[in-house]
Design a protein around this ligand. Sequence first.
Ligand SMILES: [Zn+2]
Length: 117
Amino acid sequence: MNAAVSEEIVNKRGKVSSPVWQFFGYYKSDRSQTNVVSKLCKTVVPAKTGNTTNLMYHLSRAHPLEHSRIQQTTSVAATPHKQQITMERYSASVPYDKESKRYKDITEAVAYFSVYI
Ligand SMILES: [Zn+2]
């Protein structure tokens, strides 16, 4: 551990164009914000200003978990998949509801009958 490694990483100044920036910043001493640093592994990632291609590449290669998290928040393909699962669960639950209702009726009928024994 040296001073440079423990140095604070600050967020990119101004409006960020991509959610990938939550995992990247600049060393506080880098006042001109020229060297992009990975917050996760404190590695300087060569990237031109505003270009997130290399940042995405670094994330996918070095931090696949965080990369997949970003993919989930930005990808629209994840939504129909979730809806499909919900529909499958709903249709599967219908016969069970009928069965439990019938079972409940039988139970109540038996209980009712038992009173008059
Ligand atoms: Zn990293």
